[in-house]
Structures are given as C-alpha cells and as structure tokens.
Design a protein around this ligand. Structure first.
Ligand SMILES: Nc1ncnc2c1ncn2[C@@H]1O[C@H](COP(=O)(O)OP(=O)(O)O)[C@@H](O)[C@H]1O
Ligand SMILES: [Mg+2]
Length: 490
C-alpha cells in the first residue's frame, strides 16, 4: 500500500532519524517514539538550583537558565557560563561532523542539566561531579535541521517558517537580508549560519540581562508588531553591519572571566561568513581560557575614590543648606575640599600606588590583604601633597606625573619606564583588552607592577604570585574604568 505522509509527519520522521543517529553527551537522547499520538520520547532534562540556594527552582532550557543567572547577578556562576559554552561548542561540532546543520540554534533549543550531580546523596561524589561538569548542555529541536542526506534546494525558501517562529535575531544575515540573500544554500552554508547563531547565543550568555540579541534596539524602535516588520528592521541594522548593543551590567565579567566568550562571539558573528570562526578554533579559545593563571574574579570595592572628598563636601554643604545651621562658611569648606580633591589625579595616583606596591606592601600571602588599605591611603592622602604642584583642571600622562612626583620627593625610588605599550586603546574596549592581554603574556605573568594609560584614564595593574590585578581609582559609574574606585583582577 502506498502511504502518502503529511508534511508534519515527514518532518517528524526526519527529526527522529537525526536523533536516532546521534549519540553524544551534548545532544538530547531519543528514548522512543509513539505512533498514536505521533510523539518523540526524549530524556527528561532539567537544572536544579537547590545547591545554589534556591530549593524547588528548576529550569530546562538555556534561555530560562540565563534569566536565573541574571536574577543572581551572576554571583558565583560565571564559570558555569564558560563551561556551558564549551558543551554547546562540543555538541555543535559533533552535529557538523555528522554532516548535519541545526538551522534553529537559540537558547530555547539548548537544554540544560545538572542531574548527574544534583540527584547524588554522597556529598563528596557530588562535589567531584560538579567540578568535572558543573553544567551539562544538550542541543535539541532538530525540526529545522538539514543533512547531506536531505534535499536542500528549497531550504532558503522554507526559512520563512523559522522567521515566523521568532528566531530571526539568531539568524545569519545571508539567510534573510534581501541584498545579500543566498540564492541557494548548501549544507556548508547552513553550517556557517549555525556559527553565526552560536555567536548570538554566546552574546546572550555574556549579556544575560539583555534577554535576546538586539532587544534594546527593537524596543527603542517602538512600533514593531509583526515578524515581517522585525525582519525589515533587523535587515536595516545588519546592512549597516551593526552587532547588538551589549549591556553595561556585566562589563566587568566580559573584561575578565568571560573574555574568551566575548572573543568567540565577535569572531563567530563576522559579516564575511567565510571568515567566521571554526568550531575547533572556538574550542581552542575555551581551553586557552582554562589555562589562565587564575580564574577568580575578585571585585573589591575600595572605601574611597578620587572624588570622595568632593562628594563628602557636597553632602555636608547640602545638609547645612537644608538645616541652615553652618558653623564653618561654605567658602572655608570649599577650600578644604579642594585641598583634598583627587579629580583628574589618576596618573599621579597610579604612579604612587605602583611605588607603594613596590616599596611598602609586604610580599607573600598577606599581599592581597594589605593592598586595599595601601591604595585607600594613597587615594586619600596624595592629593593634599600633589595638588600644589599640578593644574587641577588638566590631565597628565603617567610619565609627566612621575617626573613631578619624583622632583618633589614624594617617591624616593627612581623607576625605569622601559616598556611602553604601543597602543592606547582603552582597556574597556574589546580590542584594547586583546592587545593588553597579548602584551602581558609577552611580559610574562610573574610579579610585576605597571601603570597603564588608556586615554584619558591611568590605572595601575600588575601580577603577584600568578594572580593578576587592576586598580581603578575613578568614581563615576559602576562600570570599571568609568570608575567606582574598584580593584579588580584581570
Ligand atoms: N527533553 C526535555 N526535557 C525537558 N524539557 C524539555 C525537553 N525538550 C524540550 N523541553 C522544553 O520545551 C521547550 C521547547 O522544546 P523544543 O524541543 O525546542 O520544541 P519546539 O519545537 O516546540 O520549539 C524547551 O525550550 C524546553 O524548555
Ligand atoms: Mg524549540
């Protein structure tokens, strides 16, 4: 008997065939199928937050996991995100090695689990399993997948299904932007589109507060109410080669623990599709991150910053104006505030902090314990000494500051500024961080102290016993370098 299968049925059997042929720890496992009704039985996957202080909280997909990560402000969970990315890269590499392109990669189609340790009763074994694999990720939803075995000529045309399903923000430009649309696509074209989607997934992982790529652009545009309008709007951004706006909230993590992930995102989301990162290279970036000297990120809030004196003055003045009971005249207070004002003093502070580290802060295990106090002491006291020798309204570079400080015997030792970095991008730009990282690797990662000028800011950075640190004395916003007077390790 000749059986004519409905379109959905055909797709169902195709997905079953894909899953049945795939046996990998990063791909969801097919346990069986039912014919009435037609359904797939998959292994049941969930991530349980009970060991993270939230009893009863489960999530199934990476999209829900990222929402939770943001709820916890990522505290203690940054390395989990790095590990998740490795698992996703491995799963996709396996898929591609089997000649299959996924075609609908997005966080909702990545299942996430910790059942391999959260169900264990033996505590030691649980810790061991957590350390080996803190999170498991499995690719799912192969309904849109294509392989060498399946005819592909109609694939581009059939992409409207995907767009209607709301995945367009993960979609490679060449699959929907009219001017660059591929007229026909082979499996390797779809694999390159999977790499773009991987980049967007990684973007979502390092911007968990953004929810999905281009969200703030879409919201600012206002009146987008259909998938077609969304496609037109995104096409206009992609034509201008615009990548999604990142969120400031996790700028410190992207500069430190998620540095490798940011690199992967940018290299995957290359508009020239033939220059996109290969999965092997992505994997290499992640294993390089594993070998970093230290994976800890300590953000230590200093008690004072360059503007503390001015802020205190403002507060006192405001209180007095409110109460209208002033013992000192505002003019007298202004004088004393300016005397202690550290505004624009970062080059001086960075040189003096470097000197304090080299000459005063003890070596050995107490170093990081003593460091904050030494820095706070310098930030608070140096302006009173240095302000008479500088123009408060001018920015100095580190060398000028050093000459003035040395001339007035504020530091006693002479230092050799032998190494100049041949760039001045800010350390808060991706490119600046890349260059700084390569230079630090060249210099070696043992003990050193350096002043680093990234126009217009100067910072002190260094490394002690293999642990890098960076000292930021500014105070404007929470973001590093835009200042909160933070000491954070690179
Ligand atoms: N095996 C599974 N275990 C637990 N949850 C699952 C599983 N498969 C899917 N889910 C949940 O259902 C959602 C949709 O599943 P998916 O396979 O992507 O179907 P759809 O074709 O409807 O997109 C996932 O984002 C996830 O939250
Ligand atoms: Mg899905």
């Amino acid at each position: 008997m000749l059986q004519v299968l409905a379109k959905e049925e055909k797709l169902f059997y195709k997905e079953v065939k894909f899953l049945n042929d795939l046996d990998h720890p990063n791909i969801v496992r097919l346990k069986g199928i039912s014919f009435q009704p037609l359904a797939m039985m998959l292994e049941y996957i969930y991530f349980d937050f009970k060991h993270f202080g939230c009893d009863g909280l489960h999530v199934h997909s990476l999209s829900d996991f990222l929402l939770q990560i943001d709820e916890f402000n990522c505290e203690g969970l940054c390395e989990l995100v790095n590990h998740a990315a490795k698992e996703i890269i491995n799963g996709l590499a396996h898929l591609h090695s089997k000649g299959i392109a996924h075609r609908d990669l997005k966080p909702a189609n990545i299942l996430i689990s910790n059942q391999h340790y959260c169900t264990l009763s033996d505590n030691n074994e649980m810790v061991r399993q957590f350390e080996l694999r803190p999170v498991a990720c499995k690719l799912t939803d192969f309904g849109e997948s294509r392989s060498l075995l399946v005819q592909t000529q109609t694939c581009v045309a059939s992409k409207t299904n995907n767009v209607d399903r709301g995945t367009v923000v993960y979609e490679a430009p060449e699959l929907f932007v009219r001017e660059i649309l591929l007229s026909g696509a082979s499996i390797s074209d779809f694999m390159l589109a999977d790499i773009w989607a991987l980049g967007m997934i990684v973007f979502s992982m390092i911007n968990p507060s953004v929810k999905y790529p281009y969200r703030s652009e879409i919201r600012s545009a206002g009146s987008i109410s259909s998938q077609d309008e969304l496609k037109i709007f995104l096409s206009s951004l992609l034509r201008q080669k615009k990548l999604p706006l990142p969120d400031e909230k996790y700028i410190a993590q992207r500069a430190t623990v998620w540095r490798g992930l940011e690199e992967i995102y940018r290299l995957c989301d290359n508009f020239d599709r033939h220059s996109r990162l290969s999965l092997r290279e992505a994997s290499n970036i992640m294993s390089r991150e594993n070998k970093r000297v230290s994976t800890d990120l300590d953000v230590l809030h200093l008690k004072v910053s360059q503007t503390t004196a001015v802020q205190q003055f403002d507060q006192r003045l405001a209180a007095q104006l409110k109460d209208n009971v002033s013992e000192e005249t505002p003019a007298k207070q202004l004088e004393c505030a300016l005397n202690n004002d550290g505004t624009n003093a970062c080059a001086f502070l960075s040189v003096k902090i470097a000197d304090a580290i080299l000459s005063e802060v003890v070596a050995g295990s107490e170093f990081f314990t003593e460091l904050p106090e030494a820095i706070e002491d310098t930030i608070w006291h140096l302006p009173q000494t240095i302000n008479v020798h500088r123009d408060l309204h001018r920015l100095y570079d580190a060398m000028e500051a050093y000459v003035i400080i040395r001339e007035h015997k504020i530091i006693m030792s002479s230092y050799d500024f032998s190494e100049e970095l041949p760039f001045d991008d800010t350390v808060y730009s991706f490119e600046g961080r890349q260059k700084l990282h390569s230079k630090l690797c060249e210099l070696g990662c043992n003990d050193f102290v350096a002043t680093f000028t990234c126009e217009p800011l100067a910072l002190t950075l260094g490394c002690r016993d293999g642990k890098p640190y960076m000292i930021d004395t500014h105070s404007v916003t929470f973001a590093p370098g835009k200042g909160e007077g933070e000491n954070l390790s690179l």
